[in-house]
Design a protein around this ligand. Structure first.
Ligand SMILES: [Zn+2]
Length: 163
């Protein structure tokens, strides 16, 4: 499996600059915050009291089993309101306090070797589980995917940021 490389414009102090894209995180940043479960807004620890993580999810991320499969990182309590304004949540969302989750696979595109590089399969862009090692041999990934397996639905207005 390969990870997609994207350019990043940096300011003179080395911080990323530029206009945020609709609901998208830079793949390098998405990987880091999703792996460590940092806040998708401030990239700091997103753990709430009790060691749970707040995720804002949409109905299309919910599997029939009840598991929620998401490419979006959690948010800290300070940024829950800002994150809820994201265009991806404009048609509604559910707030979950997540007790248990697992990195289940990656979002990306299958590819084939071509000369010294790779050729992407046209039009394909999908989730592949880590168990599918055959597909992942030639795969260009750009998002880590986490399955939220144990959670409680909460009203985000009831959550109070830690003082
Ligand atoms: Zn935050």
């Amino acid at each position: 499996m390969l990870w997609a490389r994207y350019s990043a414009a940096l300011s003179s102090s080395g911080r990323p600059v530029g206009r945020p894209l609709d609901g998208m995180l830079h793949p390098g940043r998405q990987h880091g915050v999703m792996l460590r479960r940092y806040c998708g807004v401030c990239a700091r620890l997103a753990q709430t009291n009790g060691g749970r993580h707040l995720h804002l999810v949409t109905d299309d991320e919910r599997l029939e089993s009840g598991t929620v499969r998401t490419v979006h990182p959690p948010v800290c309590l300070d940024h829950a309101a800002a994150a809820a304004m994201s265009p991806r949540l404009r048609h509604g969302y559910t707030a979950l306090l997540v007790r248990a989750s697992v990195l289940s696979g990656v979002l990306g595109t299958p590819c084939t070797p071509a000369g010294l590089g790779v050729r992407l399969a046209p039009g394909e862009h999908r989730f592949v589980p880590y168990t599918d090692k055959e597909t992942l041999r030639w795969f260009l990934a750009f998002g880590l995917v986490r399955d939220l397996t144990d959670y409680e639905v909460v009203n985000p207005n009831d959550l109070v940021p830690a003082a």
